[in-house]
Every structure is written in structure tokens, then in C-alpha cells.
Design a binder for this molecule. Structure first.
Ligand SMILES: [Zn+2]
Length: 298
């Protein structure tokens, strides 16, 4: 079923709006805990009225947030993180020599899952739009930020706020070079130097690296592994403020896809980060996907 924010508001939350609406398998996405409008608690122990009213208040709050940020629909809630993490391997064709025997960080574009979820990753760090932080917090949309030091060092605090709201900060090198053009030692400096910055500024050495431009070679993964990197996710789709781009020829989202966008604003494209996120959320929600936290699956 599809319904607009306006309809949702009128229907006050008696019905959960979910599902792609167009495929024949509506209600089977597995991304929402309950479908339809069965009374809460039916068939089980009676829920305390407080819990029910808290849930109602939260649903109302989400409807209001979706309307405030001018979304077509309320974003879907991601399922609980998996108890057993999926085994992540390099995407076929994206391995380097000795990938397995050296246990090098895998490069992948999609996380194995049967849940209807995608992952949002945001790169670089040039634009620091406070409205973006508010939007994502109010809509409870998780994301992973891949930071490059030369773009974030003028305001580390902006990303500290992002981190305080529960989002993960990961490594995108010191100066955003084309890594395969550098020696092993130079790559180590770029990647491991950024590990030091992340630890100093954000209190944690990331386990996740995104090589700039998605370009890497064996030295990249060896250097990354030498300073604690375990995963090197790239992406399967990229969203811009005015369009989407796809790695796959069929131009479709898949379960577990990693979506890339950038901290960019009106200086670089024709809109704000809020506009960019609206484009992202409207499409994934319309197609029945919830946004999950990448680190919950690693
Ligand atoms: Zn980048």
C-alpha cells in the first residue's frame, strides 16, 4: 500500500504504510515488524497502555517529521540488526591477488541479506549543513560518513555531532588521492595517517575504509589492513541532488545495496543536502526499502 504523508496524517497512524505497492508481493518485504492494522498486542500478553501511547506518539512524530522535511512518505523502519553477521567477501571481479590467503579487507558493493534494506554512505565532508543533521536525526535515518581530512579539518565538530546522533565515521584518507598511483608507503601514510586523525578527533580507529573514487590495488588493501581496516565497501548506486546512477545495467535497487552520496551543497550542485536526502528517501521508501546501519551488518 502506498499512502502520502497527507493521507497518513489524516488516517492518524492506525495503518502502517509500507510495501512497494507495485509488485505482487506487498507485505512480504520483511522490513516492517507488523503489517496491516491488527490491534497491538493481539494474540499475546496485553501491552501496557503507556507503551501503546508511546508508540502512537512516535508514529505521529514521524508523520510530522516527514511532512516538515517534505517527504512523499514516512521512511520505513529498518529491522533489528542481525544476531549473526553475514559473511562478507569481495565482490566477484573486485578481488586483488592473494585476497583470501592474506585475509585482505574485501571490496564489496552489496551486503548479503534477505531483508529489504539499503545502506546510506556519505563521502568527503566538504558541505556541513546543520539542517542535514536535524533532518536525519528527526527522521531516524542512519548513515555512515567517510571523511577525508583535508575537507573536514576546518570543522571536526560538525561530524562530532553526527557521531553523537549515532552515526559512524569512517576513513576516506587524508587528502583523497588516486591511491593506485601511489607507492605502498605513500598509501600507508594516506590511510593510516587518517586512522590517527580519526582516533584523535573522534576517539576511535575505524575498521572501514572507502578508497577515494572506489579505486584501489593490492597495496591499498595491504596498507589498510596494516592499520586495522577490515572492510572496504564501495557502492552499487550513487544519488545526486538531481538524479541517480547505477552500477548494474538494470538500474534497480537490490536488497543490501550500498548507496553513495556526498557532503555537497549549493556550491557544487543545484540544491542542498536536504534536497539530496529527499530524493534518496523518496525513492527507497517508494520501493519498499528501509535504511539500515552498515556497521550493524559488519
Ligand atoms: Zn570521495
Amino acid at each position: 500500500m502506498r499512502c502520502s504523508v497527507a493521507v497518513l496524517a489524516a488516517a492518524a497512524v492506525l495503518t502502517r504504510c509500507s510495501g512497494p505497492g507495485s509488485s505482487g508481493s506487498s507485505g512480504s518485504s520483511g522490513s516492517s515488524g507488523s503489517s496491516g492494522s491488527a490491534p497491538a498486542g493481539q494474540g499475546g500478553p496485553a501491552k501496557a497502555p503507556d507503551a501503546a501511547s508511546a508508540r502512537l506518539a512516535e508514529q505521529r512524530r514521524m508523520v510530522a517529521a516527514a511532512r516538515k522535511w517534505r517527504l512523499d512518505q514516512v521512511p520505513l523502519t529498518a529491522p533489528a540488526p542481525p544476531k549473526v553477521k553475514p559473511r562478507i567477501t569481495a565482490r566477484a571481479g573486485f578481488e586483488v591477488d592473494h585476497q583470501e590467503d592474506e585475509n585482505l579487507p574485501p571490496v564489496f558493493t552489496t551486503v548479503p541479506t534477505d531483508k529489504k534494506i539499503v545502506f546510506l554512505t556519505i563521502d568527503d565532508g566538504a558541505e556541513k549543513d546543520p539542517r542535514f543533521l536535524s533532518m536525519m536525526r528527526e527522521l531516524k535515518v542512519p548513515y555512515t560518513a567517510f571523511l577525508s581530512d583535508y575537507l573536514v579539518k576546518d570543522d571536526y565538530g560538525y561530524f562530532r555531532k553526527s557521531q553523537a546522533y549515532g552515526n559512524t565515521l569512517d576513513n576516506h584518507t587524508l587528502t583523497h588521492p588516486y591511491l593506485p598511483g601511489l607507492s605502498y608507503e605513500q598509501q600507508r601514510q594516506e590511510i593510516c595517517g587518517m586512522q590517527d586523525v580519526m582516533e584523535k578527533q573522534y576517539g576511535k580507529r575505524p575498521e572501514v575504509l572507502r578508497p577515494p573514487y572506489g579505486d584501489y590495488n593490492q597495496d591499498t588493501l595491504r596498507a589498510a589492513k596494516s592499520c586495522g581496516i577490515k572492510y572496504a565497501p564501495i557502492w552499487n548506486e550513487e544519488v545526486f541532488v538531481d538524479h541517480w546512477e547505477y552500477r548494474e545495467d538494470d538500474r534497480r535497487l537490490r536488497k543490501g545495496d550500498i548507496v553513495l552520496t556526498h557532503f555537497r551543497g549549493p556550491d557544487e550542485w543545484d540544491g542542498t543536502m536536504v534536497d539530496d536526502m529527499r530524493r534518496f528517501l523518496n525513492k527507497v521508501t517508494r520501493e519498499g526499502y528501509a535504511v539500515a546501519r552498515l556497521e550493524d551488518y559488519l
